[in-house]
Design a protein around this ligand. Structure first.
Ligand code: BGC
Length: 752
């Protein structure tokens, strides 16, 4: 990277207009070049589960063609792998593709929380949990950037729906933002230092993310230490000069110079300090220096190798939700005939729609994969329904019923057609299309054991048909090699190990954001607060169809020997170990999940929260000791009064599970209070004074001791009643010897 000195010298040599021009794009996908100073234009483009590089007509919603690139499974699928090592490898592959195509920055990953299953972009977001989304996002970013290609983690922040996405104000309290909606970004920024961050379209509590100094400067840069470029989502700039002041460096796409002129005018008018512009320009020039070696080196990627990696990833993403009577895996030596039903078996839905839409280098469908693996098995196929509409087609249904009746085993491919979920709009229900549900009923009525394979980005309802089928395989959107990967799982070539990153509810009305999603009149209230996803269902004790973290395997695992040990109790550093054994007959992988709960707290906290996880691969009979470590933050909540994180002393519950509702081992640890104290003020109550480490003694010795009668007469019941009374009011009561001046002095002493 060029020395800071060089950048400073360059900036001094540039005119005001030249500097302003660098702060917005030249066109849809490239930054502005300044030839007089040898500053090149570089390309930023989507993904992120593949490269969407357009050479002809440009757009940001996936309309026009892009060059072929490996279409890996999108984030909803990758999240189900719970495998940062795999995500890192995919990141490396994406970086290689960017290098070949001269792309400087890949626009992703999107790590927004899945607040509602209805969000149209859930297919390209990871999880309903910030630790999981943050860990996986950080791994992908590290892989991409290891190739000298930048990333743009997005959409910062609180962009959890598509409805009215360019204007809606997410009304979220600060604790919820810190603990949930900013937490994954914090993990990624502090863990993998993305070279750019993309601010979102929406407003947060009334202020556009693109012009929010609290978000883009105080939190992102000052608290988290982000040193890169903040880029706008495409068209997210509301007003350019306030945006620049707030910390938005690069506006994309370009505005044809209109907003550059606003910057120049503001500097000339004295309303924008030129040093603010210089700071943004310096960051952009640093980015150009960072991406230069990768662009100069170029490279060619191994298309066949990347396809294989995409297939491995798709296989690892599959979540086996249900497998009654060991319906799966299919054994070609015992299955004589197999009916493959459902149009998706031949016309796979393998990615989402919108800006992330990739033109794949190849495309596999499951039917071909099944036929390849089903040596000696007679495989028939019937579409059963049309993907293009919801109308029942009696001829297709009859053909499918005949195929099912004639076969020993039935695999039924169902899912959401592309028009159901996309960037730009949200779903309004969780149901599969009516024609697919009708077909499902007809196939079940044949009396065959039915295996359902699903293709969808966001979760779909499994009601009311769940109990009528033998097995359910959640294949998500599997990318270009997803078809082969499904065949691998169905025949047991791959033992499924995916686990849900999103709860599957019984009903939409059960979901945490239901009464507020997607808001109205320009606002969406995050009324459920920190109780997103499983945090909500656990708090309410509500049943779900499949919980966060759930996923079956063709083998089984046992958990034993939990050891919880404080490494440094004062700092809240804790080590958790347990031994996991593969107790079945085939090799498999298990995702070990560690949840933390704080049963006694001064704020309302979730019953359990995921804080760490590990994936282990074990041969039959093999065991491995899993070691997970926790830090002080993992026990803390965000205390808005402190303006910081707070770990209250006491006993914390540690649960190790195979899902959030399949807790196998449970332990506890007592940790001391971290000592962070909210200062007392004139509004503090007697209860708060008494709980304060210094104020409590002062109150007792200086105020209670001088009461008429004796302080002992303040019985426990009376104290309970008085606890909520501010000391300021109490001080004015007859008989209380505490002047206003003395109270102010007492406050100073308590807070000293
Ligand atoms: C999307 C971004 C995307 C950008 C560029 C926007 O509509 O929200 O995720 O990176 O377009 O295509």
């Amino acid at each position: 990277m060029a020395q800071r000195r060089d950048i400073d010298a360059l900036i001094s040599a540039m005119t005001l207009q030249e500097k302003a021009s660098l702060c917005s794009g030249r066109d849809f996908w490239t930054t502005q070049n300044v030839d007089a100073h040898g500053i090149p234009a570089v390309m930023l483009t989507d993904g992120p589960h593949g490269l969407r590089k357009q050479q002809g007509a440009s757009d940001h919603i996936g309309l026009n063609e892009s060059v072929p690139a490996t279409c890996f499974p999108p984030a909803a699928a990758l999240a189900s792998t719970w495998d940062p090592v795999l995500l890192n490898r995919i990141g490396v592959a994406l970086g290689e593709e960017c290098r070949q195509e001269n792309v400087a920055v890949l626009l992703g990953p999107g790590i927004n929380m899945k607040r509602s299953p209805l969000c149209g972009r859930n297919f390209e977001y990871f999880s309903e949990d910030p630790v999981q989304a943050g860990e996986l996002g950080a791994a992908l970013i590290a892989g991409i950037q290891s190739q000298g290609v930048g990333t743009s983690v997005k959409h910062f922040a609180a962009n959890n729906q598509e409805t009215d996405r360019l204007r809606v104000s997410a009304e979220v309290d600060e604790r919820t933002l810190r603990e949930i909606y900013l937490a994954a970004f914090e993990r990624v920024v502090t863990g993998s230092a993305p070279w750019t961050v993309m601010c979102s379209y929406n407003r947060i509590n009334g202020t556009y993310a693109s012009e929010d100094p609290w978000l883009l400067t105080s939190i992102l840069r000052e608290e988290w230490g982000f040193a890169g470029v903040v880029v706008s989502d495409w068209g997210a700039v509301n007003e350019r000069v306030p945006g620049l002041l707030a910390g938005l460096d690069l506006e994309m796409p370009g505005s044809g110079g209109a907003t550059d002129a606003e910057i120049v005018a503001a500097v000339r008018a004295g309303t924008l300090d030129e040093s603010v512009l210089d700071t943004a320009v310096a960051r952009i020039l640093q980015l150009l220096e960072r991406v230069r070696p990768g662009i100069e080196a170029g490279g060619r990627y191994d298309s066949a190798g990347h396809h294989e990696l995409a297939r491995e990833a798709a296989g690892q993403s599959v979540v086996l939700l249900k497998n009654d009577r060991s319906a799966l895996p299919l054994d070609p030596s015992t299955v004589g005939s197999l009916a493959v039903i459902g149009a998706f078996a031949k016309a796979p839905r393998y990615q989402g729609a919108g800006s992330s839409q990739v033109t794949p280098t190849r495309l596999e469908h499951a039917l071909a994969g099944l036929r390849r693996l089903a040596a000696g098995v007679e495989v028939s196929y019937a579409a059963g329904f049309s993907i293009d509409d919801e109308a029942d087609d009696p001829a297709l249904v009859a053909e499918a019923v005949a195929a099912a009746t004639a076969a020993e085993r039935v695999v039924l491919f169902l899912g959401l057609p592309a028009r159901y979920e996309s960037e730009g709009f949200d779903r309004t229900d969780l149901d599969l299309p009516a024609n697919q549900l009708n077909l499902l009923r007809a196939i079940v009525d044949t009396g065959r054991d039915v295996v359902v394979v699903l293709a969808n980005g966001g979760v779909v309802s499994l009601e009311p048909w769940h109990d009528s089928v033998a097995a359910i395989v959640e294949g998500w959107l599997g990318g270009q090699a997803g078809g082969g990967a499904i065949a691998d799982v169905l025949f047991g070539v791959v033992n499924p190990s995916g686990k849900l990153a999103e709860t599957i509810p019984f009903a939409l009305a059960d979901t945490p954001s239901h009464v507020n999603f997607p808001g109205e009149r320009g606002k969406v209230r995050y009324g459920e607060g920190v109780f997103i996803g499983y945090r909500w269902y656990d708090m309410l004790g509500r049943d779900v169809r499949y919980p966060f973290g759930h996923g079956l395997s063709y083998t089984t695992f046992s958990y034993r020997d939990l050891v919880v040990r404080a490494v440094n109790a004062d700092a809240g550093q804790v080590e958790v170990r347990c031994t996991v054994t593969n107790t079945g007959a085939v090799a498999g992988s298990e995702v070990v999940q560690l949840y933390v709960g704080d049963p006694e707290s001064t704020v309302r906290r979730p019953v359990r929260e995921l804080k760490a996880f590990a994936k282990v691969s074990l041969d039959p009979g093999a065991s491995e000791t899993v070691v997970l470590t926790l830090a002080g933050r993992d026990f803390s909540f965000y205390d808005v009064r402190l303006g910081g994180w707070k770990r209250e002393g006491g006993v914390f519950i540690l649960e190790v599970g195979a899902s959030s509702r399949d807790i196998r081992l449970s332990g506890a640890i007592e940790l001391p209070d971290d000592g962070a104290t909210v200062p007392l003020d004139h509004g503090s109550t007697l209860g708060e004074w008494l709980a304060h480490p210094v104020g409590g003694d002062l109150l007792r010795s200086r105020v209670f001791a001088s009461l008429n009668g004796d302080a002992e007469s303040l019985s426990a019941e009376i104290m309970q009643m008085l606890a909520s009374m501010p000391l300021t009011r109490f001080s004015r009561f007859p008989g209380v010897d505490l002047t206003a001046a003395a109270l102010t002095a007492l406050l100073a002493e308590a807070n000293a």
